[in-house]
Design a protein around this ligand. Structure first.
Ligand code: NAP
Length: 460
């Protein structure tokens, strides 16, 4: 079996090394997950909610240590790591409070219409669910799966990204510490090559992935082969449209935040800024000035606004995308990689204009603090640029004109549209994409129902 490394991206130094789980350990964890299902069911809504609230308590009590672990392991500024942990705890309480209501089936008012004395629906758990998760929100991405899945009565096994093993191990112990039955939620320390075998295991009922398109294709193919349900949360290149009636300064501030949150490595970071020609010059100058004034540095320093990229390969990919655009004639109006940093995988916030369709940056997701700015002659052209890609995750639209807002809400092809704001995930709202950004939904009522059997019940 191979080894899994935790490396500090701000310095490139190794923090810890772990052995991958041997096959026997994976077998034991799958068996324990399956064995935990009856106990999860017997606990009922109240029992599971009590365990879930206890898990939230633990996260809140340990917020400082968990936040530092996240920051050291993947480079997120420390304030954002703390916010991630607290949001995860909030989401646990949200599902502890609401799961029963979300999963209460309905009863037909007129069962005679279907020749029954009573008829309706109920939601049953599917069983053991495999979650394949990314490193960019190492606690939040997992909790937004685990909280609804466990509250529904499912068990979970986690295959986390290989560069966040400390977060993976912490999560693998958290739910048991909170009182959930042993094995109800476990971390498999395995590489991606071993994921297909887990999906094929008869004890695994379904799989959810948050990650890249490549991983999505591979996991969906295996799940399809064995006819198991899959939910895919994949990449995006979200548009952020700014029209002349918008509050430009507020739009600029939000644009910078939306492009650089999580060091520019969120699926729902705004990545393409599509600006009406009447305000293009003003917006672009202000936006570039603000991007260039961000504090880039040690992510454990509370003053830091942008830390390093999480991996060396991630920085290489971003560098290649920007270099390809530059060589094909784009203007890099601010930003040079890696700035003044001699070690670590830093990438300076960068703004690119003058993009053409020949450039990879036009169509591909830049997973780092790189903003592409487009000039649009009118709303039609802005929407056409926004919808011109095969992604459809989030979107933002800035205007104070009601007719424009109506059109944007109806016509933007994405899983979410945020008006005069930025795309954010909330426990209270469904989250997911269309087109190559994936399928299925997480969070809210819709998310908890994804891994349930909607059973029709008919009584003579
Ligand atoms: P990634 O390489 O796809 O990794 C994500 C997870 O999938 C990791 O656990 C990885 O394991 C595993 N994996 C990779 N290839 C696999 C394969 N062929 N079969 C099975 N498992 C596989 O993604 P990333 O580059 O780390 O993450 C960034 C991507 O995730 C971006 O595209 C981003 O937009 C997307 N994302 C989407 C959302 C959303 O909600 N839509 C949220 C966050 C991120 P290893 O680490 O062991 O390779």
């Amino acid at each position: 079996m191979g080894t899994i490394h935790s490396i500090d991206p701000a310095t490139g130094t190794e923090l810890a090394t772990f052995q991958e789980d041997p096959d026997e350990a994976v077998e034991n964890k799958l068996a324990a997950a399956a064995a935990a299902l009856p106990q999860l069911g017997a606990a009922g809504w109240g029992g599971r909610a009590a365990w879930m609230r206890s898990a939230a308590d633990i996260l809140e009590t340990e917020v400082e240590a968990v936040a530092l672990m996240i920051t050291k392991e993947m480079g997120k500024p420390i304030a954002q790591s703390k916010a991630e942990v607290l949001k995860s705890a909030h989401t646990m309480r949200f599902y502890a409070d609401n799961a029963e209501q979300f999963l209460t089936g309905r009863t037909l008012d007129n069962p005679g219409a279907v020749n029954a004395s009573t008829a309706g629906t109920r939601f049953d758990p599917l069983g053991v669910i495999l979650a394949v998760m990314p490193w960019n929100y190492p606690i939040w991405q997992v909790v937004r799966f685990a909280a609804p899945a466990l509250m529904a009565g499912n068990a979970g096994v986690l295959k986390h990204a290989s560069n966040v093993p400390q977060s993976a191990i912490y999560l693998g112990e958290l739910f048991t510490r909170a009182g959930f039955p042993k094995g109800a939620f476990a971390t498999l320390l395995i590489g991606s090559a071993r994921v297909a075998d887990v999906i094929r295991d008869p004890r695994v009922a379904a799989v959810t992935l948050t990650g890249s398109e490549g991983a999505g294709r591979s996991i969906a193919a295996t799940a399809g082969d064995v006819l198991k349900k899959a939910v895919l949360e994949l990449g995006g290149s979200d548009p952020f449209i700014v029209m002349p009636s918008a509050d430009i300064n507020a739009a600029v501030d939000t644009a910078v935040k939306s492009r650089t949150a999580n060091n520019g490595q969120a699926c729902i970071n705004a990545k393409r800024f599509i600006v009406h020609q009447d305000i293009y010059d003003e917006f672009t100058v202000k936006f570039a000035n603000k991007m260039s004034s961000l504090i880039v540095g040690d992510p454990t320093d509370p003053a830091t606004e942008v830390g390093p990229l999480a991996t060396e390969s991630g920085r290489r990919e971003v560098t290649e995308l920007v270099e390809d655009a530059r060589l094909k004639g784009a203007d890099i109006i601010t930003g040079t990689s890696p700035g003044t940093h001699e070690s670590g995988w830093f990438y300076t916030p960068t703004v690119v204009t003058g993009l053409t369709q020949e450039m990879r940056l036009w169509a591909e997701e830049a997973f780092g603090p790189v903003a592409s700015v487009y000039r649009a002659a009118d709303l039609d052209e802005a929407l056409s640029i926004a919808n011109g890609l095969e992604f459809g995750l989030g979107s933002a639209f800035w205007s104070t004109n009601d007719d424009e807002i109506d059109r944007a809400i109806r016509e933007i092809e994405a899983g979410a549209v945020f008006i005069n704001g930025m795309t954010i995930s909330y426990a209270e709202l469904p989250f997911g994409g269309i087109k190559r950004s994936g399928y299925g939904r997480e969070l809210s009522m819709e998310g908890i129902r994804e891994f349930c059997n909607l059973k029709t019940v008919w009584v003579a």
